[in-house]
Design a protein around this ligand. Structure first.
Ligand code: NAP
Length: 602
């Protein structure tokens, strides 16, 4: 409890401070005083953030909301849940799973899990540790825990919402009582979260309040790691209409890849970003493809249709608001049932066949292969809303101020008698022109950040367009005049065609900002050479950097590269750290715990 009667012999406050303090203390309840006292004690020990998150001063428990988010969606839903619970006067503790000590679980009474699923049914990176802990022998008995789980996934993937299913399954096997049916939500999750949050809170609220008013039950959570409140008025739900200022091809004429450097002006917005963040982009579908679809289906483009609360000409809805490139099972099912198309109806009955059918096709292909005359609203009802695409930001605001830069690889392939372009990369890389407007928002990523201490060395592994956030890191380190050493590993097929940002990087090497630059041009010689080969070659020095406190970052392809780089790092630890496999894995686990091994991969 705060008191202005300070212990004798200690007189840390000036008379003005003492007066302000007395005024403040007079306005606070005993619980608020206890909270502040705990907070100040923890801060004085320099441990406010490393204190057990949510450890209650008294016995009762808050509603703990644990989120595991890859691209920010689960984080936003968790923040909505927190706001709704606070709105009901409940004590809430919102924590990123990456910052949560699994040993705390046994103390949780009221728990909600909000988690996405990533890749082929895998947990998002920040959820990995807790997910594994729950399946391990160390997992505690959770008979006193009530739990509710909300999962976000994408039904075009086979293991839809698998991580949420795993969490619920594992928690209930440990004895936790599932109090609300899990919500397993698709990419249109936004339309369904409010209802589930209401149902979950209806159950938790009376129990939590009853437990808080029980003797000794006042809840005083210590400060946890809060989600940085978005300061901008612009967000995924309210994107900013930015202007594209530069679209420049940065691969050579003979390259097998078309990579574009894009500059976008944020002028007129209050959007800010940090190195490591991503930019969410709502793109435009190809107007010519849309025209063809309208013709095929016998639809007049000016006829109006409704999407949510919006009514617009169907042509505009198809260009601006609906998904026409990435195909997904519910489209094939709905369109097949609507049109009575036997082939699609049959396909929809076999999940494996359906996935094989959808994988290489865009929605355009399916409509071309199965054209039927339908009404505008019927088409809209078969389609789902366009999901923004996220790109790792390739600039630092310290350098470019109100601009944001992206490094975009144009996705393109031939098949089904037409050439295909990725929805967003096709728009940005091929159709967009300087001066065009583009709806964007910033998606923060606290799990991919430069070290707080600018003297700390960093090692960055970013082959292909995975270079993007490291351009941002380097600009930021230069602006900070950071003393820490910077080492970059970059790879791409050919030196002459695919050395992205070559002039800048070589300039940084010359100026000394880049301490080391190791490149792996995979196809310039008979044998493939990849970044992980360079890592192994430089193993002794790299291990020394890690021993000296370096942070290690990977960005780019998740499926193969990131796994191979991890394996190379294990080899380096074994060879130069004298470790066996378990010790090497433990060494990297430890780096992860210290936030010194961070990945931005997909
Ligand atoms: P890429 O396909 O990853 O190719 C870059 C270089 O990596 C090439 O030289 C390639 O060699 C080589 N490579 C192939 N297999 C590898 C492996 N197992 N280990 C290490 N290197 C390997 O480049 P990209 O086309 O620019 O695509 C980058 C990838 O990263 C994409 O999957 C993209 O989705 C992802 N990405 C993610 C982010 C993010 O924000 N998380 C940002 C950018 C990119 P060969 O082709 O000669 O075999």
């Amino acid at each position: 409890m705060i008191t202005t009667q300070l212990p004798q012999g200690i007189n840390p406050l000036s008379p003005e401070q003492a007066q302000q303090f007395a005024q403040l203390a007079g306005t606070l309840s005993p619980i608020q005083q206890a909270w502040i006292s705990g907070f100040l004690a923890a801060t004085a020990q320099g441990s406010a953030l490393s204190a057990p998150l949510s450890a209650p001063v008294a016995e009762a428990a808050p509603l703990t909301i644990l989120y595991g988010s890859q691209t920010g969606n689960a984080k936003h839903v968790a923040a909505d849940l927190e706001a709704a619970a606070k709105g009901r006067g409940m004590d809430v503790c919102l924590i990123d799973m990456a910052d949560y000590k699994p040993a705390k679980l046994k103390d949780e009474k009221f728990l909600t899990i909000v988690v996405s699923t990533y890749g082929e049914g895998e947990p998002p990176e920040p959820a990995e540790k807790l997910h594994a802990f729950l399946a391990s022998k160390k997992a505690p008995n959770l008979e006193n825990t009530q739990v509710a789980v909300l999962g976000i996934g994408d039904s075009s993937y086979e293991y839809f919402c698998q991580t949420a299913i795993d969490f619920e399954d594992r928690l209930s096997k440990l004895g936790a009582k599932v109090v609300v049916e899990a919500a397993l939500l698709d990419v249109d999750y936004d339309d369904h979260t409010e209802g589930w949050i209401g149902r979950a809170l209806d159950i938790f609220e009376p129990e939590l309040k009853a437990s808080a008013s029980a003797p000794g039950g006042n809840v005083v959570p210590l400060p946890g790691v809060a989600v940085a409140a978005p300061v901008s008025q612009y967000s995924k739900k309210n994107p900013f209409a930015a202007e594209i200022s530069v679209v420049q091809k940065i691969t050579g004429r003979d390259s097998s890849k078309d990579v574009r450097h894009i500059e976008i002006s944020l002028e007129g917005s209050d959007l800010t970003y940090q190195a490591g963040d991503a930019l969410g982009v709502y793109f435009h579908n190809d107007a010519a493809e849309v025209e063809e679809v309208l013709e095929l289906l016998g639809i007049d483009g000016t006829s109006e249709a409704k999407l949510g609360d919006d009514t617009k000409p169907i042509r505009d809805l198809l260009i601006e608001d609906l998904e026409l490139t990435q195909s997904y099972p519910t489209f094939a099912e709905k369109y097949g049932n609507l049109t009575g198309d036997e082939a699609l109806i049959k396909l929809a009955e076999d999940k494996v066949l359906l996935r094989d059918f959808l994988e290489p096709r865009q929605i355009y292909d399916i409509l071309r292969e199965h054209p039927q005359k339908i009404q505008p609203q019927q088409l809209v009802d078969c389609l789902r809303k366009m999901q923004p695409r996220l790109y790792s930001i390739a600039s630092s605001q310290s350098e470019v101020e109100d601009e944001v830069h992206l490094t975009v690889g144009v996705v393109e392939w031939d098949g089904f008698e037409r050439s295909h372009l990725g929805g967003c990369s096709g728009h940005l890389g091929r159709r967009a022109e300087d001066g065009d407007s583009l709806r964007v928002f910033v998606e923060s990523n606290d799990n991919f950040r430069l070290p707080a201490n600018a003297d700390t060395p960093i090692i960055m592994v970013g082959p292909g367009t995975g270079i993007a956030p490291f351009r941002s890191f380097l600009q930021e380190r230069e602006a900070q005049e950071a003393e820490g050493k910077n080492w970059l590993f970059f790879g791409n097929p050919h030196f002459t065609q695919d050395f992205l940002y070559q002039v800048e990087l070589q300039g940084y090497l010359k100026s000394g900002l880049l301490t080391k630059l190791d490149v792996a041009f995979s196809r310039d010689q008979k044998e493939k050479i990849y970044v992980q080969d360079r890592i192994r070659e430089q193993g002794a020095e790299l291990f020394q950097w890690l021993e000296n406190g370096a942070h290690f970052y990977i960005c780019g392809d998740a499926n193969r590269m990131a796994k191979d780089v991890f394996a190379a790092l294990i080899d380096v630890c074994k060879e130069y750290g004298g470790m066996d496999q378990d010790a090497a894995e433990g060494y990297i686990e430890n780096l992860k715990d210290q936030k010194r091994y961070q990945r931005d991969v997909y």
